[in-house]
Every structure is written in structure tokens, then in C-alpha cells.
Design a protein around this ligand. Structure first.
Ligand SMILES: C[S@@+](CC[C@H](N)C(=O)[O-])C[C@H]1O[C@@H](n2cnc3c(N)ncnc32)[C@H](O)[C@@H]1O
Length: 242
């Protein structure tokens, strides 16, 4: 899988942050002009891959609109079995840009985000770091931890989470609409991975798999319940849930 060669600091004021990220993710701080794939840390951090650039702001663009309407995420709420009176601990096994994880955190859930691509982990951290200092954002931030690993490392601890959440990369042959960010991910990550079948075999309590509406289910299990929206579907599997 493609990943970053290092972190570039473009601004003296972001040096400390870049150093922390470099230590946490064990990637070097670089200033080489020849680097092809790197994250630049600035007021707006960017993942660079050749001529392509990926930003992940939670303050603007389409995702900002989603954030402002997070209470209306009824499909996602149903999928995870959301309850106003209790907090679930969710394992997001395919972190990506951290969008679903952040919505779940705004909904009061505790999320452990696993993303195997280091560059994407740093983009999630930067998006969280650049949020305005508002109590509901701070609460959501405190509910998220980001771990750079293949989520399969957590298969044996699936039972410790209330929900296992999987959003595998799109792999349909049909040309469905992709956002620019998702198109970047298709090109950047190159290889498709979907840990849902392995998690289905684990000792999970509730397994939620996000799919495009008409995509074939990852797992054929007639006891699954599907929550369908206009473009996505959540397939929900349950084992030993209280
Ligand atoms: C479609 S994206 C997820 C988007 C994410 N739900 C969001 O809202 O931003 C899929 C991501 O899962 C990651 N991924 C796939 N298999 C993984 C695995 N076994 N462990 C960790 N990350 C994985 C890929 O690197 C990719 O970034």
C-alpha cells in the first residue's frame, strides 16, 4: 500500500504539532523537494501524492454540512443502535478520513478509529486539531482515539466493543458517483481491503457494514437487518448483544 515518506512543516507555528505527529506515527520530518508522497502541516494540512492533493477539513465543504446536521443521521443512529441514555464504544475498523467516526463522536459515542494508512491518520488528527474551540467539538474530540494499524489486530478483542463498524472501500464495477476525496483515496490507496468477513467470524456483539445502496452484501446472513437510505445501506449483524 502507498504511504507517506514523511511530514513537511510549512510554517514555524506548526512545527511543534508536526514533531508530535512525527513521533506518534514514527515518520520523519522532511524538507526534501523530491518527496512524492507526504503530508504538509499548515493551517490547512494536505496529503500530497504526486500531482494530487487531499485536504480533510471538518470546517468547510460537504462534510461541514453533514456535521451541522449530525442530529439528523437517523440511519447511522439506527445502525449502531443509538440510545440517548448510554454511550457505546465503537471500533471503526476502516477509519479513512474519520468522517463517520466524527459524526458518531458528535452523537456522544466513544470511538476507537483504526486506519492502516499513516497519511490518512495524520489527516484525521489534523482535522480534529483544527476544529474551533467549542465545547461540543471538544467533547467529540475527546471521544475519539486514532490508531495506525490494520484493524485485524483487534479481531480477538472484538467482544470488548459494543459495535464493530466497517466501511470498506468501494469496489463495484459500476461507475457510481464518488466525491473528489473518495476518488483520491481510490488512486492513492491502490489496493482494496475489506476486513468485514474476518470481523463477522469474530466474537462481535454488533457488526455494522456500510455499503452502497445496491452493492451486494459482504456477508450472506439472512438474520441481518438492513437500514437503507437514498445512496447507502447499513447491514447490521448481531451476536450476543444485550
Ligand atoms: C471507504 S474508506 C472509509 C471512510 C470512512 N468511513 C470515513 O467516513 O471517512 C476505507 C478506509 O479503510 C481503510 N482500511 C481498509 N482496510 C483496513 C484494515 N484492514 N485496517 C485498517 N484500515 C483499513 C483504508 O485504508 C481506507 O482509508
Amino acid at each position: 500500500m502507498a504511504d507517506i515518506e514523511g511530514i513537511k512543516v510549512l510554517n514555524v507555528s506548526t512545527q511543534k504539532r508536526a514533531k508530535k505527529l512525527s513521533e506518534k506515527y514514527n515518520v520523519p520530518l522532511i524538507n526534501s523537494e523530491s518527496a512524492e508522497t507526504y503530508v504538509s502541516i499548515d493551517d490547512q494540512s494536505i496529503l500530497h501524492s504526486g500531482n494530487y492533493k487531499l485536504e480533510n477539513s471538518f470546517r468547510e465543504g460537504k462534510f461541514r454540512a453533514r456535521i451541522s446536521q449530525y442530529q439528523g443521521e437517523s440511519l447511522l443512529k439506527k445502525a449502531i443502535g443509538w440510545q440517548s441514555t448510554s454511550q457505546k464504544h465503537i471500533l471503526d475498523t476502516t477509519g479513512g478520513l474519520g468522517h463517520d467516526a466524527f459524526i458518531l463522536a458528535l452523537l456522544g459515542q466513544k470511538i476507537t478509529v483504526l486506519e492502516k494508512n499513516t497519511g490518512l491518520c495524520i489527516l484525521i488528527e489534523e482535522a480534529l486539531n483544527n476544529l474551533p474551540n467549542l465545547s461540543y467539538f471538544n467533547d467529540a474530540k475527546n471521544n475519539i482515539s486514532v490508531i495506525n494499524n490494520d484493524s485485524r489486530a483487534f479481531l480477538s478483542s472484538a467482544e470488548n466493543f459494543d459495535v464493530i463498524y466497517v466501511d470498506p472501500m468501494f469496489n463495484s464495477k459500476k461507475k457510481l458517483k464518488r466525491t473528489k476525496q473518495m476518488q483520491f483515496l481510490d488512486n492513492y490507496l491502490k489496493e482494496y481491503d475489506d476486513p468485514s468477513v474476518e470481523f463477522y467470524k469474530s466474537n462481535f456483539k454488533r457488526l455494522v457494514i456500510k455499503k452502497e445502496l445496491r452493492a451486494a452484501p459482504s456477508i450472506k446472513d439472512y438474520s441481518a437487518i438492513s437500514f437503507k437510505g437514498s445512496s447507502v445501506r447499513y447491514d447490521v449483524y448481531s451476536k450476543g448483544e444485550k
